[in-house]
Design a protein around this ligand. Structure first.
Ligand SMILES: CC(=O)c1c[nH]c2ccccc12
Length: 116
């Protein structure tokens, strides 16, 4: 089997994730924040999340709904807005990803509904 053929919903989530990755033009959400480089990150962010982790969760069938996938996306954004001050590039990238990723997820929700 291929990754895509194993589970149609699984392939659907993978496609949605690729769209979110394409919105991360600054590539700041693509991998976990390196806590060796950012020693106080863990003081503020208790549940880190990033797009690579979301991909591995898809592959391990850890999402049983689009809502569960969206919950991790929202966690990733809220972590970014909590840790970074408002005037930083990272915070502004968080706002952009919240808005653009939100549009991706709204469309995905509509498409999924159309399949039911
Ligand atoms: C997404 C995010 O907050 C970060 C992504 N890379 C970083 C490096 C230092 C501090 C924060 C971050």
């Amino acid at each position: 089997y291929t990754l895509k053929s194993l589970w149609p919903f699984h392939a659907f989530l993978h496609t949605v994730l690729q769209q979110l990755i394409s919105k991360d033009t600054g590539q700041i959400f693509i991998e976990p924040v390196d806590q060796n480089e950012v020693p106080d990150y863990g003081d503020i962010v208790k549940h880190p999340m990033d797009l690579q982790t979301m991909e591995s969760k898809i592959k391990k069938f850890e999402y049983d709904s689009l809502e569960a996938f969206e919950t991790d996306f929202n966690l990733m954004i809220s972590n970014c807005l909590a840790y970074n001050s408002k005037e930083t590039i990272f915070y502004k990238a968080g706002i952009k990803m919240r808005d653009q990723g939100g549009t991706v997820l709204r469309t995905a929700k509509r498409d999924l509904k159309a399949l039911e």
